[in-house]
Design a binder for this molecule. Structure first.
Ligand code: KG4
Ligand code: ZN
Length: 347
C-alpha cells in the first residue's frame, strides 16, 4: 500500500476519542497518538449511558480531543491524507457530533473525509498490530455487539451469526448490577468468578440446541436473577460465597456458549480454505482471561492461529477508526460532504 497518515474520530457510544496513525508503505503502522475521554462519571448516577448527555459531552469535547491528538502526534491537519470518522452504527447524537466535527475539519483544511463503520473498525483492528492476512475469522464481543464475521477485506465481511438479544458485555454488566458489584461489570464479575464454584448453579446454555452461530444472552441474566433471589431467601441475604458462585456459574455459561459457537464458526470459515487460518477476537469482553483461554484452545483445536489485539485497542478507541480509514483509503475510498450519520449500519 501507500504511505498514509490518518486522523481518526470516534464518538458512537460513551467515549470521545481521537487518534493519529501513520502507515508507511510496506511497514507496520504506527499509532502516533490515541486519546480516549470517557464519560463514565457523567452517566454513573443513571445506571447506563444517557444518549442526550452523551451527545452533548461529545460535542463539547471533540474539538479539544482532536487538537490534543494532532499535537501529541506532532502532525498538522493539512498533512493528514484523510479524516476517518465513525459514521455509525451507534447513538445518533454522538455519531452526528463526530461526523459534523469531521466535516468542519475537512472543509477548513481540504483533507478528504472517510466514513467508517464502527464494527469494521473493531474487526480490522487485529491487522493494526499483527501481520494478519485476509480472510480471517473474527468474534466481535463487546457491551453492544456479538457477532462472528469472516473478514475478507477492508470493506468485505460475511456475517455468520450473532446475538439475537443482549450482547455478552451487557449480560456481564447486568449480572454485576444484580449482585451489587461495581460497573463496568465485566472485570468485577471476572474477579468474583475466580473465587467461585462454577458447578454450583446450573445455568442454561442458550441456543446450543439450534444449528448455526446465533447466540442469546438475555435468558442467562434472568437465570442469575432467579438464583440470586433463591439464595437470598434461603439465607436472608447474599453471602460472599453465593456471589462468587453465581459469577463463576454465569461466566462458565458465557464461555461454554461462545466456545461452542466459535467451533461452528471456525468450521464454516475453514470451508472457505484460508491459506493461513486465523481466529481473531475484539471488543471489551475479549479482555476476559478465562474466556480468552477457552477461545484460544478452540482455535488451536482447529489449527487456527489465535489473535487478540492489546486491551486498549479491544475497547472503543479512535486508533481503530484511523486504521480502518487507512485500509479504506488504500482501496480508493473517499467520502464527500454528503456523508451522513447512520445509527443503524450492518456490516
Ligand atoms: O468494546 P467495549 O469497550 O465497548 C462497547 O461495548 O463497544 O466493551 C465494553 C464491555 C462492557 O460491557 C464490559 O463489562 C465488558 O466489555 N468487559 C468485560 C471485561 N472487561 C470489559 N467483560 C467480561 N470480562 C472482562 N474482563
Ligand atoms: Zn465498540
Amino acid at each position: 500500500g501507500q504511505d498514509v497518515t490518518i486522523l481518526g474520530l470516534e464518538s458512537s457510544c460513551d467515549d470521545t476519542a481521537a487518534a493519529v496513525i501513520r502507515a508507511p508503505a510496506g511497514e507496520r503502522p504506527e499509532i502516533l497518538s490515541s486519546l480516549v475521554a470517557g464519560q463514565a462519571e457523567l452517566h454513573a448516577a443513571f445506571g447506563g449511558v444517557v444518549p442526550e448527555i452523551a451527545a452533548r459531552a461529545h460535542a463539547e469535547k471533540l474539538d479539544l480531543v482532536v487538537e490534543q491528538a494532532l499535537d501529541q502526534a506532532g502532525v498538522a491537519l493539512r498533512d493528514c491524507d484523510a479524516i476517518a470518522v465513525t459514521a455509525g452504527p451507534g447513538l445518533i447524537g454522538g455519531v452526528l457530533s463526530g461526523v459534523m466535527c469531521a466535516k468542519g475539519l475537512a472543509a477548513g483544511s481540504g483533507v478528504p473525509l472517510i466514513g467508517v463503520n464502527h464494527l469494521a473498525g473493531h474487526a480490522l483492528t487485529p491487522r493494526l498490530t499483527d501481520d494478519l492476512g485476509f480472510p480471517y475469522l473474527m468474534l466481535l464481543v463487546s457491551g453492544g455487539h456479538c457477532q462472528f464475521l469472516i473478514v475478507r477485506g477492508p470493506d468485505d465481511f460475511t456475517r455468520l451469526g450473532g446475538t439475537i438479544d443482549d450482547a455478552p458485555g451487557e449480560a456481564f454488566d447486568k449480572t454485576a448490577k444484580l449482585l451489587a458489584l461495581p460497573q463496568p461489570g465485566g472485570p468485577s464479575v471476572e474477579a468474583e468468578a475466580a473465587q467461585g464454584d462454577a458447578a454450583r448453579f446450573a445455568f442454561p446454555r442458550p441456543l446450543l440446541d439450534r444449528p448455526g452461530c446465533d447466540l442469546s444472552f438475555s435468558g442467562l441474566k434472568t437465570a442469575v436473577l432467579r438464583e440470586r433471589d433463591k439464595a437470598m431467601e434461603r439465607e436472608g441475604g447474599l453471602r460472599q460465597a453465593d456471589r462468587a458462585d453465581l459469577c463463576a456459574g454465569f461466566q462458565a455459561a458465557v464461555a461454554d456458549v461462545l466456545a461452542e459457537k466459535s467451533r461452528r464458526a471456525l468450521a464454516e470459515y475453514l470451508a472457505v480454505a484460508p491459506a493461513a487460518p486465523a481466529f481473531a477476537v475484539a471488543g471489551g469482553v475479549a479482555a476476559n482471561k478465562a474466556l480468552r483461554a477457552r477461545l484460544e484452545q478452540v482455535a488451536a483445536q482447529h489449527g487456527a492461529r489465535f489473535v487478540a489485539p492489546p486491551l486498549a485497542l479491544c475497547t472503543d478507541n479512535a486508533a481503530m477508526i484511523a486504521w480502518a480509514g487507512a485500509e479504506l483509503f488504500r482501496t480508493g475510498r473517499r467520502d464527500g460532504m454528503e456523508l451522513s450519520a447512520r445509527p443503524r449500519w450492518p456490516l
